[in-house]
Design a protein around this ligand. Structure first.
Ligand code: FO1
Length: 322
């Protein structure tokens, strides 16, 4: 098969953690080499036990490397927890589970960052070491941090998500540092590339995984201006999120819990909104200006499911090409 650059196909996928990583893997497997760039959310990164942790970036990296724990959704397969146990014995907190092998990633990344490399360079180095051939970029090399406004006040994202198990009722979100941050330069260059084939917003949480990326200076404007079609796959099917707290957040924000709310969230930005085929009745009621609806099987349990959804997106792109 011709490589991505030879074939001229250039797909840009925007991803959060688990759900996004599944589609990213499907795309990686059906696209020619070099055709896919994945931009991952880094607003849920944080410093913990003295290390720089990048959960979404790592979930995508481990998934693309085929070494992720598919049951848990995050971390590495076949993990052990001896270091965390030992740290805990020495008085360290253990609410955030860092496995022994996963810790190697955080130790190495933290050291390289301390030496002065930026997150993009470090990510590229880790990906090379793990034989990830897809271009994986952090959304920015600058710090952006999600703060969850909830009944307890403003909580850093991982405190809300992992330590508090998403229990507090949310009122809104703030992305500290977003206005000053620069979108990763290769990401921004792709958005303004006239040769870009398509942008695919993966089935990730629109509020805390995709909005941190879209809100970076210049990104929304570039997406709107880009002649490339923008696809978004709904992470909500029926009245449930495939994974994580998206449905709970929607309800607490006073929005109807359905893919229609996700479509409304992406109004003016997305050309084709992809909904699960089980939501056909709802799909008929969605009338967002400029937005087409595509029905597809979006539940990705197996590798075949991931590849099938990816292939259907590419087939649709092919059909719609002038
Ligand atoms: N999620 C959890 O629910 N509990 C954990 O202890 C946990 C640890 C963890 C360690 C490394 C990593 O890369 C991810 C980890 N996650 C954990 C997942 C992660 O915090 C969230 O899934 C994302 O931040 C939301 O996209």
């Amino acid at each position: 098969m011709k490589s991505g650059t030879e074939s001229g196909v250039k797909i840009l996928a925007l991803s959060g953690g688990v759900g996004g990583a599944k589609l990213a893997l499907g795309l990686a497997r059906v696209l020619p080499p070099g055709a896919l760039t994945v931009v991952a959310n880094t607003a849920d990164d944080f410093e913990h036990l003295g290390l720089y942790i990048a959960p979404d970036l790592d979930t995508v990296m481990y998934t693309l490397a085929g070494i992720n724990d598919t049951e848990r959704g995050w971390g590495l397969a076949g993990e052990s927890w001896q270091c965390l146990d030992a740290l805990n014995r020495l008085g360290a907190e253990r609410w955030f589970q860092l496995g022994d092998r996963d810790l190697a990633t955080h130790i190495r990344r933290s050291a390289l960052l301390r030496e002065g490399q930026n997150l993009s360079a470090v990510t590229a180095q880790l990906c090379r070491a793990l034989d990830v051939t897809v271009d994986l970029l952090p959304m920015s090399d600058d710090p952006v941090r999600t703060l969850v406004d909830c009944e307890e006040g403003e909580l850093p994202f991982q405190h809300y998500f992992v330590r508090e198990q998403c229990r507090p009722r949310v009122r809104g979100f703030r992305f500290a540092g977003q206005e000053q941050a620069r979108a990763q330069p290769a990401f921004l260059a792709m958005l303004t590339d006239p040769e870009l084939t398509a942008v695919i917003i993966c089935p990730s949480n629109p509020f805390v995984s995709v909005d941190p990326i879209l809100g970076l200076p210049g990104v929304r404007e570039a997406l709107v201006a880009s002649p490339a079609p923008v696809y978004a796959v709904s992470p909500i099917i029926g009245d449930r999120a495939l994974k994580g707290p998206a449905a709970k957040m929607m309800a607490e924000l006073g929005l109807p819990v359905s893919a229609a709310s996700v479509a409304a969230h992406y109004r003016g930005l997305v050309d084709t909104f992809v909904m699960d085929e089980s939501d056909a009745t709802l799909a008929a009621t969605i009338n967002e200006p400029g937005m087409q609806i595509m029905m597809a099987p979006t539940v990705m349990k197996s590798l075949e499911d991931r590849e099938r959804l990816a292939q259907q997106l590419l087939d649709r792109l092919q059909d719609c090409r002038p």
